[in-house]
Design a protein around this ligand. Structure first.
Ligand SMILES: NC(=O)c1ccc[n+]([C@@H]2O[C@H](COP(=O)([O-])OP(=O)(O)OC[C@H]3O[C@@H](n4cnc5c(N)ncnc54)[C@H](OP(=O)(O)O)[C@@H]3O)[C@@H](O)[C@H]2O)c1
Length: 373
């Protein structure tokens, strides 16, 4: 179980009130092992007490040491990404949110700092990732039950270990779980520059599956197209290029796709639907444009399209910890072999707020921000 941390120190940006000083502040479900002799180091953490715009409600504060119980592992965090779902949790619009106040972040990687007396199979210095992912990874030291940590190969690049669970695993499950695709088939997707999208391109290619990719119109879209083609994309179009009556004319020799992925919503989702073949399936997993999916009546009646939704958190929580770790190891293997890669920018923790602004889109289109502790 995760350990409860009591906030009793002065915030780096602000001072705690008397009642804040007296009350337990961070709830991650679990047991407080108050009498353990072993303690974690103090932790510097991205913390929020209320939901709202992430650039205004988050503070970097120092949290005092917490006990490391017999079954606990204290991990010195090395890296953790800023994913869109982290932003949504802080905003308060994600369907499942940790109770407030809390430390932000959901996935990440670190090095074992110390272990409780009953812990076996992990030693100080091991590289471990939060698996299954859980709240509170944006801090320098995390104490959680040993079952939360998955030991991985020391030679895994930390930025990949930090990011492999949420996005690459989503891409893998969506390719495997909805349509029985064979080598030579095709997938169409929007949001192709996203981390999920980049993984879809490469994981599909490894299976001999073609990808038709749609990206938004923005400065740098030509470079983005070239990057995606280097990853293995068969074709890449901006939304405006597809503003024609019959998008199928762009398929050339590619087969009509039976499966489509929708990361964006709005017009970009309609374009995915237009490419799908008779009886095809569109899986929605993101809503980056914050616009609804609109489907024509004829798509249902005459084209017999199916619409599905995928949510990794639900998938993982249905008793799949071991299965999940096997897939993580498979993906990390591809990464170490150079068969799976994606764009990221490592941001020093001291520049957290700049990284957050980039992740919020305030500085234009940016690669995935990964905090380096
Ligand atoms: N359902 C699930 O279980 C699950 C799991 C993982 C991820 N997701 C969702 O998948 C989506 C992508 O996540 P990610 O981490 O892979 O993304 P990411 O790497 O952070 O990239 C963000 C993507 O969104 C695009 N984008 C940003 N603002 C946009 C806007 N206003 N309109 C259209 N596109 C916009 C970006 O395009 P540019 O390159 O043009 O900037 C980029 O492709 C998110 O919605 C995330 O929540 C869902």
């Amino acid at each position: 179980m995760a350990c409860t941390r009591f906030v009793t120190l002065k915030a780096i940006h602000g001072t705690w009130t008397h009642s804040q000083l007296l009350s337990p502040r961070i709830h991650t479900s679990g047991i407080v092992r108050a009498f353990s002799a072993l303690k974690s180091p103090p932790s510097t953490a991205v913390f929020y007490e209320k939901h709202g715009p992430p650039d205004t409600v988050t503070k970097v504060i120092e949290l005092p040491p917490v006990p490391v119980g017999a079954n606990d592992v204290c991990v010195k965090m090395l890296a953790a990404p800023i994913n869109p779902s982290d932003i949504n949790r802080i905003e308060g619009v994600y369907p499942v949110r940790p109770p407030l106040p809390t430390v932000a972040g959901y996935e990440g990687v670190g090095e074992v700092h110390s272990i409780g007396s009953a812990v076996q199979g992990l030693s100080p210095g091991d590289l471990v990732m939060a698996s299954p992912p859980s709240p509170g990874t944006w801090q320098t030291h995390v104490v959680k039950d040993k079952d939360f940590w998955h030991k991985i190969d020391r030679d895994t690049p930390v930025e990949y270990a930090a990011t492999v669970t949420i996005n690459p695993l989503t891409a893998l499950r969506m390719i495997e779980d909805y349509v029985d695709l064979k080598s030579g088939d095709a997938i169409v997707q929007n949001g192709a520059t996203s981390m999920v999208g980049q993984c879809v391109i490469q994981l599909a290619k490894l299976r001999g599956i073609h990808t038709i990719n749609i990206i938004r119109d923005r400065p740098g879209s030509d470079d983005a197209k070239e990057k995606l083609k280097k990853l293995g994309a068969d074709v890449v179009f901006t939304e405006s290029q597809l503003d024609v009556k019959n998008v199928k004319g762009f398929l050339d020799n590619l087969p009509e796709p039976a499966l489509g992925f929708n990361c964006v919503g709005g017009n970009a989702a309609s374009l995915v639907l237009k490419f799908l073949r008779q009886g095809g399936t569109m899986v929605t997993y993101g809503g980056m444009a914050k616009k609804p999916v609109t489907v024509s009546t004829s798509s249902f009646i005459f084209k017999e399209l199916s619409l599905k939704g995928f949510w990794l958190q639900k998938w993982i929580s249905s008793d799949r910890k071991e299965e999940c770790r096997e897939m993580i190891d498979y993906l990390l293997g591809l990464i170490r072999e150079g068969k799976l890669k994606y764009d990221m920018e490592l941001a020093p923790f001291s520049e957290f707020h700049t990284a957050l602004d980039k992740a919020l889109g305030k500085l234009g289109s940016q690669p995935k921000q990964v905090i380096k502790f």
